[in-house]
Design a protein around this ligand. Sequence first.
Ligand SMILES: Nc1ncnc2c1ncn2[C@@H]1O[C@H](COP(=O)(O)OP(=O)(O)OP(=O)(O)O)[C@@H](O)[C@H]1O
Ligand SMILES: [Mg+2]
Length: 411
Amino acid sequence: MDVDERKAEAVAAAIIIILAALAVGSLLVAAGYYCYIGAKVSSRRKALKSPGSSPGDVRGREEPLDPPARKAEAEVEVVVSAPGAGVQVFAYKQLHSATGGFGRGNVVGHGSFGSVYKGALADGRRIAVKLMDRAGKQGEEEFKMEVDLLTRLRSQYLLSLVGYCSDGCHRMLVYEYMTNGGLQEHLYPTGGLRGGVSKLNWETRMKIALEAAKGLEYLHEHVNPPVIHRDFKSSNILLDKNFHAKVSDFGLAKLGSDKAGGHVSTRVLGTQGYVAPEYALTGHLTTKSDVYSYGVVLLELLTGRVPVDMKRPSGEGVLVSWALPRLTDREKVVQIMDPSLEERYTVKEVVQVAAIAAMCVQPEADYRPLMADVVQSLVPLVKHKSTAKVGSSSSFHHTPPKSPVMPGGSK
Ligand SMILES: Nc1ncnc2c1ncn2[C@@H]1O[C@H](COP(=O)(O)OP(=O)(O)OP(=O)(O)O)[C@@H](O)[C@H]1O
Ligand SMILES: [Mg+2]
């Protein structure tokens, strides 16, 4: 073997050694990374599977709602059964005294499940108590399931359940109190269909639209299995003292899916004017049914009209049918805007929101967007804007507002 051959052999041996070292190194790095990810995942699972164990916590959380990993950035806003987030169990007496004996003066609304009372707990927390007058029919089992579901869903865009009362025959749900009540009260302030003038300006409407969209996005995409609201509507969007929006009644809507007395509960069909056509016709329910209802609420925010008003002239009674052909026409869309807005909006933004609404209320469910898409489209319309305010003569309890300013300078 001459010198050259020996040299070549040495080089080949060196290359083999380097390659082998590289392979071993890569394996070690991969194994290390695998262990790191494994540790992260298991600690994340542990965090999700160990909810708070306050005395009032409901039982039976064997199947926690796991947010999918693909929504990592959105999870920042979401807390699933965080420690200490458990609900409280109230005795009837406690809620009786918290609401002034369920006095008439404390009634803040009535719904299909009964009356809602405002109240205050001994520690000063303000609450809303929903007194269920149909508890007998729904049964204890369903009531517990309802509480369990609400306990496990936590998002800043969903109304929080403070606790519940299951004392004797009494069934009550105790929620955080939302100072400004339901969105519909602000869109149609006199309680009548057309008489009132809304004080909600464009910026506030967009903020509400975005936050409500985030509430639905959470239900559809950040919990597993997804929760379909089934009764999304303006009265189920509640507003706090700063007009931040939270979606309510997502668990109650689920309860209503069962048959009562052999008849399909009216809640199965949601509320007139908000129900997606395929659900109304076939009972086929998907998250896209909620997207349709969301589109109807967007139309309410744009036009200031209720979803169904048969007192209107022919062809204008059903909001979706009347608005849909006008939504994609720049000239026509400004003609259907809520006169209460007094043209204080930018046409560009209106056109964008109208296009989103048009997609949401498509008769074909597959053509409707996901709520995540809706959120993405609305974010730029709300971002970088100062806290939205309502008009100057609002009769609701909130910080005195300034006159609305036309964004962008022109319409
Ligand atoms: N947490 C709350 N804080 C303040 N007000 C509330 C709260 N929950 C409900 N309300 C008020 O009570 C009203 C009735 O609410 P409820 O959910 O019982 O019925 P609804 O949403 O109008 O109709 P439905 O029962 O068909 O869903 C709401 O419109 C709102 O004004
Ligand atoms: Mg409601």
